[in-house]
Design a protein around this ligand. Structure first.
Ligand SMILES: CC(C)(COP(=O)(O)OP(=O)(O)OC[C@H]1O[C@@H](n2cnc3c(N)ncnc32)[C@H](O)[C@@H]1OP(=O)(O)O)[C@@H](O)C(=O)NCCC(=O)NCCS
Length: 202
């Protein structure tokens, strides 16, 4: 039987489990975590929590559901080979978009034609990734973000909730964009940027 393992039993894991159950693509969905305290009971009704060694052995498909980019990258490296993407049935993903292995697309998110997502990218509730946008591995596009046409986002970037990135803007690896920011110009150095227009905080 096809078993999907959701690896990461925190809040983001719950969101992914909910989407996976609704997608009804995997007959069995289980969850696990490196933290033994999170490996008993259920993540959601019908999604049993099991210890990692047993869970990884039994899984035919794995989705790493950890919000923190560095932890997600570490687990993806350890669990590579069976990574699958999960999209909520209420997400809109163009047939002309490309998703790398292990991406998550939440409810009401839109991925437009010729958008390209790398490995293990999160596009959260209601975010819009418009045409010709690229998003690098392990980046997280938070709820209600708008990435306009042609935007290029690097690896391990967090674009905070509700931020807007204007057409064609490039964002370097390891940038954090604060919630509600408007990114009007390229962000070429790693760092934390916030405000309207976005300016470097750190
Ligand atoms: C920008 C951000 C990363 C800064 O966090 P931080 O490094 O802990 O910074 P602090 O909270 O110490 O704030 C530093 C200063 O920036 C201001 N600031 C923080 N976030 C801001 C934001 N989003 N926009 C404008 N100003 C902001 C603070 O008011 C503070 O100002 P002060 O020095 O005048 O008091 C964080 O506030 C943020 O917006 N994170 C995004 C969270 C998010 O959307 N996550 C997605 C979850 S799914």
């Amino acid at each position: 039987m096809t078993t999907l393992l959701i690896f990461g039993a925190g809040g983001h894991g719950r969101v992914v489990a909910d989407a996976a159950l609704l997608a009804a693509h995997w007959p069995r969905v289980v969850a696990s975590d490196r933290d033994p305290a999170r490996c008993a009971g259920e993540l959601l009704a019908g999604v049993a929590l099991v210890p990692p060694a047993e869970a990884v052995r039994a899984a035919t498909a794995i989705h790493v559901a950890i919000g923190n980019a560095a932890s997600r990258e570490r687990e993806v490296a350890a669990l590579a080979g069976r990574l699958v993407s999960v999209s909520h049935p209420a997400a809109t993903v163009s047939a002309y978009a490309q998703l790398g292995a292990g991406c998550f697309v939440a409810a009401q998110a839109v991925i437009a034609p010729y958008a390209r997502l790398g490995i293990s990218v999160i596009v959260n509730h209601g975010a819009v990734v418009d045409h010709d946008v690229t998003v690098g591995d392990f980046s997280h596009i938070a709820p209600l973000v708008a990435l306009a046409g042609g935007v290029q986002v690097g690896r391990r970037v967090l674009v905070g909730s509700g931020a807007s990135v204007l057409p064609g803007v490039r964002i370097a690896d390891d940038v954090v964009v604060g919630a509600g920011a408007v990114v009007a110009d390229h962000l070429s150095e790693p760092g934390v940027y916030a405000g309207v227009p976005a300016r470097r905080l750190k």
